[in-house]
Write a new protein. Sequence first.
Length: 199
Amino acid sequence: MPETSQTQPNDAGRQNLKKGTLAALVGVASAIGLFTLTPREESGRKVSVSVAEDGTATIQHISGPQYLTAYLDVVKVPTICDGLTGRDIKPGMRFTPAQCTARLEDALVLHAKGVMDCTPGLKVGMYRRDNVRIAMVSLAYNVGVAGYCRSSIPGKINTGHIHEACDALLSFNRAGGRVIAGLTARRERERAICMKDAA
């Protein structure tokens, strides 16, 4: 799992998790992993994450860039905060750190829900799935839920072929029709996280 400073309640206390939080959807360990990994992958920043007993997450910026002003990404899509895009994002828009944190959780919940819906093999409580969940939600956050769900990965996970699912991450290294070195490196990092549950 990604390195992080964290306060982690026991997953056995899941009945106390507030509905709608990322922790309630994917489990506390996976939520902490995603809240740590996503800013690092999307912005190159390090954060500290704590999760309260009810699943509410607090994210504190430690180091690295914070993109509080929208910019155009590698394929000219307006982007802000930690890789957030959408029709309402326009170049030059400014967000506060609190707005970025709220939008990050909303985006992670949306993508995690899609991943969990098409991949029953990632159900919370299944043995050795935290790292697979982190890697797959990270992929979906980057390529979209539809791209993830249409791929061969959910079928591989649902049939217990975790190693093959982790390997399949490597094929998602293109943007704008060309191989992007940064995406290739990101997929290798996600695969390394995923493989922790494949051994």
